[in-house]
Design a protein around this ligand. Sequence first.
Ligand SMILES: Cc1cc2nc3c(=O)[nH]c(=O)nc-3n(C[C@H](O)[C@H](O)[C@H](O)COP(=O)(O)OP(=O)(O)OC[C@H]3O[C@@H](n4cnc5c(N)ncnc54)[C@H](O)[C@@H]3O)c2cc1C
Length: 368
Amino acid sequence: MAAALRPREEKSLEDFYINRFGRPLYSMFFEDYTQKVWGLHPSRLGADWGAQRVKGLSVTEILKDMLMKGLRRKPRHVETSLIESFIYPKLGPGQLWETVAGRMEQAGGELRMNERVTAVHVAENQVDYVETVSPDGTLTRRPCDYLFSSMPLKDLVASLTGIEVPQEVRQVAAALPYRDFITVGLLVKELKFKNKTHVPTYDWRIPDTLIYIQERDVKIGRLQVFNNWSPYLVKDYENTMWIGLEYFCNEGDDMWNMSEQDFIGMAIAELVKIGFVNRDDVLDATQVKVKKAYPAYHGTYYELDLVRAFLDGISNLYCIGRNGQHRYNNMDHSMLTAMKAVDAIVAGTTDKAAVWSVNTEEEYHESK
Ligand SMILES: Cc1cc2nc3c(=O)[nH]c(=O)nc-3n(C[C@H](O)[C@H](O)[C@H](O)COP(=O)(O)OP(=O)(O)OC[C@H]3O[C@@H](n4cnc5c(N)ncnc54)[C@H](O)[C@@H]3O)c2cc1C
């Protein structure tokens, strides 16, 4: 707690964590996990990620939460990271978007999937059309009244045509850092340990959805239990469990280049090593790779304002979402950026400040 009395200047993510949790807890819970997620030590990462990810969570908030629970009282405000239950769509969040897509089409809208935007053409500081390519290679020009872009900023800037992009804007955008992601799904008969919490669960299975793996001797960063998101996600819920192992890497590195078979073999061996499963209980496995899963906060990220100022000058272009803003936005933030863009259009303003302001509140400074 001494750390909280004499806060360090927050130059890095390490400072951010130590101010909120103290050095011992930082070393135990954040240092190695953060290194796994970003491939960089927290002392080399900006404090911004902590502000957006951890928000108001701190030792004080955790103790308050524990005390209130001990007294069986409902706190007035619960930090997101301490929430114990939430509403989840039966078949996962994709259902939200299927519903949105259905309503949009019912209202006369047209949805085109599996077309890649390869060029964004600008004339007189307005997006005129985008050029798309379909899986069979067909190129199509699609005229735009407005363009909401959720493609990575790096790709957006590279795809601009008809407008002179200043050299420094091009350079900053081209060098924006990302972290890529590989997940392995394992179908298992059971996990090696049972639920010891007060939360009732089927067959005393553990109640967790996400488990963070701090151990430095394994590469796995996080583990999901899909049965606990929704029982409808697992075909034979009573006799099997689908778990997801999460690995953070860079496109083209050793992990990325491993064959699927070797990667799954490594993932199973790690899970056996940390005592989660018995090797003989693994029934099936699959692997999914995700490029640019995480916009990263180092390098030219700190010059992003240059890119933003340039793109804001294109009047009918709105940068929304996560990679669309190169910000660690979750789904709620991402939706909100699109809603703010709609508000701006309805209000007849080309000011994009409200769109960019989502998820920038630095309430942790205020709470100090
Ligand atoms: C492992 C992981 C776990 C997460 N867990 C959660 C969670 O529990 N809760 C939460 O709220 N958020 C979570 N998120 C974050 C959430 O996924 C994002 O905030 C959200 O998906 C961002 O929405 P988006 O529309 O900006 O981007 P995306 O959902 O990434 O959509 C962008 C789309 O644009 C497409 N695209 C890119 N380039 C082009 C192009 N040139 N032409 C055409 N299409 C293109 C992409 O293929 C993609 O379909 C998680 C993210 C990851 C990686």
